[in-house]
Design a protein around this ligand. Structure first.
Ligand code: GUN
Ligand code: FE
Length: 456
């Protein structure tokens, strides 16, 4: 029998498909030294008892207590790390004003590495405590502070995908917050890619460099072209904002006579490792291009409600074959919790399906079949995120990373309303998805290592 580094026993929830969950009741999860799930055994499997006997009672054997459950760790596909410092503020002003009066001044402060460390340390710990085991981060234009964020992820054990933001156009970006010039922006991006790749070698869970044009308006054509070349040269992930707001959508139309999706594709910025945030204005042709190139959408339901007054038809876009992950968009979205974002994704989708507007006739209301279930929102927060990033994460299956959160339904300060010890596990899952708070997240593991635990 293989020599496993860790063996876990308990009931787990994971996605079977985008619409259905799998309930793995009292399963064994055998983790190898690379932190990958090597074997998953059901109590009905022949070798279950033998495996249990071999490991039970040993230091590397972990059995869940009654009322505890495994969930895959969450994958947050869109986080602005520096904006943690302004979370929850000024969400009632338009995006363009919010960027210029709140966000860029805050982000400019990350030239100060002491300030950057304070904010990034707190953010990464907070995300882990909220069950987020992988984050796709925008940092700032500063190479050193962006690298510091990757180092903090490496040290705290989070799987961080980090981008040094590119904003090189002097016409579009304020003098106090932009790249020195196009050449420097590209050179620093390349240095950043190499530094993060070197750092990754010292981590178990991996950290990844991400090519990050903030959005088309902030970049010159030369920068977009150069970034596309860096993606091809180093096979990196890519992230940006795509078709988010009215203003930005029209800027791209005026400049390129096409939508963001086609413009980004012309620069080599769409592909299997590309994740585009928001996508409020994606039309059918754009969606087809996303599906064809393997480009994913980071669905940010809280942020979209504030900055775009928008609910995107995410179920229709996913049905077209587009990968979808869930994104908090801190701090366009105020919450660091993907539980909160999953809840909002479901609630918004219901309003899109049948929003009541007395000015409209019943036939004009909503977009049929837009609703998503909590199972689908869970899928976007876990397996869908893994597919978006093309990484083996987000599922409790063999050959996936052991990235998990242990949910405790019996924590006295946040007890979930489960009164029947034989409660249907589908109902338990739904109670967790709708009611769990950070207090219920007792432990978080990434790549087979414990990275967070909460004492009672
Ligand atoms: N578009 C360009 N930058 C940003 C940002 O920081 N947040 C959001 N929501 N949209 C953007
Ligand atoms: Fe964003």
């Amino acid at each position: 029998m293989a020599n496993y580094t860790q063996v876990f026993k308990g009931t787990a929830f994971t996605s079977k498909s985008s619409k259905d969950i799998l309930i793995l009741k009292e399963y064994l999860f055998c983790i190898n030294e690379d932190g990958m799930i090597d074997k998953v055994l059901s109590p009905n499997d022949d070798d279950y008892q033998e495996m249990l006997t071999a490991h039970e009672g040993k230091a590397h054997f972990h059995q869940l207590a009654p009322g505890q459950y495994f969930l895959p760790g969450f994958v947050d596909t869109h986080v602005h790390a520096p904006q943690w410092a302004q979370s929850g503020t000024a969400l009632d002003i338009p995006l363009y004003d919010w960027l210029n009066t709140y966000t860029f001044p805050i982000e400019s402060k990350f030239s100060d590495l002491t300030f950057a460390k304070e904010v990034y340390d707190d953010l990464v710990s907070t995300l882990l405590a909220n069950g987020t085991t992988t984050s796709l981060y925008f940092a700032t234009v500063h190479k050193e502070a962006s690298l510091l964020l990757a180092e903090i992820c490496a040290e705290k054990g989070q799987r961080g995908l980090v981008g040094k933001v590119v904003m090189d156009d002097p016409e579009q970006n304020p003098p106090f917050y932009r790249d020195a010039d196009t050449k420097t922006a590209l050179a620093e991006t390349e240095e950043f890619i190499l530094a993060v790749k070197a750092l990754a070698k010292s981590t178990k869970q991996g950290v990844y460099p991400v090519v990050t044009p903030r959005f088309i308006p902030s970049c010159t054509d030369a920068a977009l072209k150069g970034l596309g070349e860096l993606v091809a040269k180093y096979d990196t992930h890519v992230q940006s904002h795509c078709s988010e707001s009215d203003w930005e959508h029209h800027h791209v139309q005026d400049r390129f006579q096409k939508n963001d999706a086609f413009a980004l594709n012309d620069f080599g910025l769409l592909g299997d490792k590309s994740v585009m945030a928001h996508c409020n204005f994606l039309n059918d042709d754009d969606a087809h291009l996303f599906a064809k190139t393997g480009t994913a959408i980071a669905h940010c339901p809280i942020s979209n409600a504030y900055f775009a007054n928008s609910v995107i038809p995410i179920s229709h876009l996913h049905a077209k074959g587009i990968d979808v992950g869930l994104g908090s968009d801190l701090s366009g979205g105020f919450s660091p919790s993907l539980f909160d974002n999953a809840r909002q994704a479901v609630m918004s989708s219901r309003m899109l399906e049948d929003g009541v507007n007395p000015a409209l006739s019943a036939e004009q209301r909503g977009l049929p079949s837009s609703r998503i279930t909590i199972n689908e929102a869970f899928y976007f927060a876990t397996a869908g995120g893994g597919e978006s990033l093309s990484l083996p994460i987000g599922r409790l299956e063999e050959n996936y990373a052991w990235d998990i959160q242990i949910i405790d339904s019996r924590v006295s300060s946040a007890k979930l309303p489960i009164f029947n010890p034989d409660e249907d596990l589908n109902d338990v899952f739904q109670k967790i998805m709708y009611l769990a708070r950070p207090e219920n997240i007792r432990e978080v593991w990434v790549q087979g290592e414990k990275v967070h635990s909460r004492k009672l």
